[in-house]
Ligand binder design. Structure first.
Ligand code: NAD
Length: 308
């Protein structure tokens, strides 16, 4: 079976697959047009989030039997087209849980103590100690929207900082909730009104598109912080920008954008605000997560298709 790895995946993936008898081509960064031309000769396509696996790619992939996504989100793959063509989709949802949760902790501390602002100001040769007053997380309330793998990992870590945890999800894992000592709210508005920090960990699906818009931000506590390391489209950028500029919310940390890299004037302005910490979708960018993802996708493919 021929496997094409179209995005940069740790070499261990290719090594494992070859050892199991697969023929593997690593064409990291292959362009969309080039992919259209070559996809017909592969049985399995492995991607991260860069390569968009559109209906067009799927239709040209006459021999495709599986698409392996190193990561969680399937929003870069036309899942419906794949299903219609009888193509299996394999992903590695566990790989980035710790990486994203640790990034969110960094963002939360960064917002609370203005760490990025302090560092930028020192690099300009300034000593602005008086301007750099922050808050402590201990005793504050964290609102976790989406209590799945990452939401739970953030809640567990925040508990260790002495925070109170509120949880909003469509289905709540009661055991996990008990373990972190969190409280479930049945209306998202309750969570927004009561939280000092709101962190979002829902998937991008039609129900969550622009889930955070004008109404959500105006419900949030005055002076609270907002963190999004889920998907850019979950947040209405314009609404977040207005909430930050009006002082309705005190700061935001954003890892994911409606356009990546940011391209609209609103997105660019958002990134430039002093009370915004912006990172270029680095949630899963740790050595450990990438290695785990490469191992897991190889394992999934071997289990599903091991050549005889
Ligand atoms: P998960 O599937 O384990 O958890 C998602 C949770 O959201 C589930 O518990 C689900 O019930 C809940 N949910 C779904 N719809 C909801 C709704 N309308 N309202 C409230 N809750 C809802 O997923 P995960 O692994 O925790 O990932 C969470 C998000 O993080 C995803 O959007 C994923 O794409 C994103 N992610 C980002 C990065 C990054 O680099 N920043 C890396 C990995 C994952």
């Amino acid at each position: 079976m021929r496997v094409l790895i179209a995005d940069e995946v740790d070499p261990v993936c290719g090594v494992r697959l070859r050892a199991a008898g697969f023929e593997v081509d690593e064409k990291f960064g292959v362009s969309y047009d080039a992919l259209k031309g070559i996809i017909g000769s592969y049985d399995i396509l492995i991607v991260r989030s860069r390569t968009k696996v559109t209906r067009e790619i799927i239709e040209r992939g006459k021999n495709l039997r599986a698409i392996g996504r190193v990561g969680v989100g399937l929003d870069t793959i036309d899942v419906k087209a794949a299903e219609e063509a009888g193509i299996k989709i394999l992903n590695t949802p566990q790989m980035s849980t710790v990486a994203v949760a640790e990034l969110v902790m960094g963002m939360m501390l960064g917002l609370a103590r203005k760490i990025c602002l302090a560092s930028e100001s020192m690099k300009k040769g300034l000593w602005e100690k008086k301007k750099l007053h922050g808050i402590e997380l201990k005793g504050k309330t964290l609102g976790v929207v989406g209590f799945g793998r990452i939401g739970r990992a953030v809640a567990e870590r925040s508990r260790a900082f002495g925070m109170n945890i509120l949880v909003y999800d469509v289905v709540v894992d009661e055991n996990a909730l008990t373990r972190v000592g969190g409280e479930r709210v049945s209306k998202i508005g309750d969570l927004l009104q009561r939280s000092d920090v709101v962190t979002v960990h829902v998937p991008l699906i039609p129900e969550t598109y622009h889930m955070f818009g004008e109404a959500a931000f105006s419900t949030m506590r005055h002076g609270s912080f907002f963190i999004n390391a889920s998907r850019g489209e979950v947040v209405d950028t314009g609404a977040l920008l207005r909430a930050l500029k009006s002082g309705m919310i005190a700061g935001a940390a954003i890892d994911v954008f409606e356009h990546e890299p940011p391209e609209t004037p609103e997105e660019r302005e958002l990134v430039s605000l002093p009370n915004v910490i912006a990172t270029p979708h680095i949630g899963a960018q740790t050595r450990e997560a990438q290695l785990l993802g490469a191992e897991l996708i190889a394992e999934n493919i071997i289990n599903a298709f091991k050549p005889l």
